[in-house]
Design a binder for this molecule. Structure first.
Ligand code: EPZ
Length: 429
């Protein structure tokens, strides 16, 4: 299994190109199931999760080509990919595939809307919490679907098309908002989704669906209105820049020191997190080509944060921010409200010399003047990258094991960081 070796202590200087967002690309790819025309997506990141979803969609009959040709493995940065679901050959998403990536469960929305049926495996738990699917079931039932749960599968049917309705999410959910919005595009009549997720990825998906002929109003606010249409067509659409990758590298600069241009980044996609970073003493300068992040020798100020749905501080940056706070000049409190078990990085950061205590859903971080490199274990995607950025600031060598988590969500991580002067390499085994 590959490992990443880092020798900490270098400032980061230069530029890092920001890739297309994983969490925008995945639902956009799934939207290709809604039409028999070709959906062309630009700026799709080259990541293990994207490759896995290509395989899953292939199982339903979605054909794809990269820049007009079949893709050879392991090449390049973000790409343009054409997805064509001319014929849906299978409406079942089996356990073997869904269990590998939770987002693949989201195929239930388009399959049900277009084919009138879908049999999708329950995704099961994962490292960051139980992550139930009750909101998907309730919401699809509100649109008239018949749903049974049997032997680990959700069997859903909508004999005479889904029917528009009003649905109030009892809790904000990005995935359930994606799914109900996609399903409602082909339903009969009007759907109103209230307490919907406002994440930029929801807006990116809505814009794509609109380009495909859907009638959607209000994406980006908590009320989304969808007027169903009979069919959607193909379109060409661009994946937004990855706000989590942007925030991660901004925190890496804040922690290691230096001056880096995050090329192609958009400040409006993560203003809440950038405001918090500015409070730590990091300079955040939006420029035409992206965001410039700069920190000099002055210390890092501690800041308390609580994760929240957009536009609040994102849970997907919580681990990285905790990494930064381990070296702050004082005590900070980090509260996780989205997932109940997203503190797996605490023990690993402690191996680097961090002082963190847990009190329920809050981590109390006592800043230390330096971290010291050590072997650490990656537990999930964002936890893994928090260990990488802590390693960049730590004295000596850090080896991060189980880096396949990183490959799920960070395109060319070692190359991007070493291009800015970090000593970081992949050790293949
Ligand atoms: C998306 O997951 C992201 N994944 C996650 O990023 C991200 O952490 C999360 O949104 C929150 O921002 C993708 O976009 C692929 P949710 P999602 O439904 O949609 C509960 C990463 O590292 N809930 O918004 O699965 C749920 O348990 C990943 O890139 C229910 O209770 O998250 C959680 O507590 C990790 N019932 C809360 O809602 C449901 O039916 C929010 O989860 C659905 C969700």
């Amino acid at each position: 299994m590959d490992r990443i070796r880092i020798v900490g202590g270098n400032h980061l200087e230069g530029r890092i190109p920001i890739s297309g967002a994983k969490n925008a690309a995945l639902p956009l790819m799934i939207a290709s199931l809604l039409t028999d025309d070709t959906l062309t997506l630009e700026n799709v990141p080259h990541l293990a999760d994207v490759e896995q979803l290509i395989r899953i969609l292939g199982n339903h009959g979605v054909d794809y080509s990269v820049n007009g040709r079949r893709e050879s493995q392991n090449e390049g940065y973000s790409r343009t990919i054409n997805f064509t679901a001319r014929n849906i050959v299978d409406t079942t998403a089996p356990y073997e595939l869904v269990s590998k990536m939770r987002a693949s469960f989201w195929v239930i929305g388009p399959l049900l809307a277009r084919m009138g049926e879908a049999k999708v495996s329950l995704p099961g738990g994962c490292a960051i919490g139980t992550r139930p699917v009750d909101l998907f079931i309730d919401g699809l039932q509100a649109l008239g679907a018949d749903i049974d749960v049997d032997s680990g599968y959700i069997l859903s049917k909508a004999k005479n098309r889904l029917r528009g309705n009003r649905y109030v999410f009892p809790k904000v959910s990005v995935g359930a908002t994606h799914v109900l919005m996609m399903a409602a595009t082909l339903a009969r009549g009007e759907t109103v989704l209230e307490n919907a997720a406002r994440e930029p990825e929801v807006v990116n998906l809505a814009e794509c669906l609109i380009a495909m002929g859907a009638k959607i109003d209000g994406a980006g606010t908590s009320t989304i209105t969808i007027e169903g249409v009979d069919a959607l067509s193909g379109a060409r659409h661009r994946v937004i820049p990855d706000r989590i990758e942007t925030g991660t590298y901004a925190m890496a600069v804040a922690m290691a020191g230096g001056d880096v241009l995050l090329e192609g980044a958009r400040a409006d996609l993560l203003q809440g997190a950038l405001d918090v970073l500015a409070q730590t003493g990091t300079e955040i300068i939006p420029v035409n080509s992206g965001i410039r992040v700069r920190r000099n020798g002055a210390g890092i100020s501690p800041v308390d944060v609580t994760t929240e749905p957009f536009p609040g501080f994102p849970t997907d940056l919580q681990a990285q921010f905790m990494g930064l706070m381990t070296m702050a000049k004082g005590k900070s409190r980090i509260t996780e409200t989205i997932f109940e078990n997203r503190f797996m990085h605490v023990q690993e950061l402690a191996r680097l010399g961090a002082h963190i205590t847990l009190a329920g859903q809050t981590a109390i971080v006592e800043g230390v003047s330096k971290l010291k490199g050590a072997p650490v274990m990656a537990t999930d995607l964002r936890a893994s990258v928090s260990l990488v950025i802590a390693g960049l600031a730590a004295e000596g060598e850090t080896v991060v094991n189980r880096v396949y988590h990183l490959d799920r969500g960070f395109e060319r991580l070692e190359e991007k960081l070493s291009g800015c002067g970090a000593t970081i390499e992949r050790l293949s085994s």
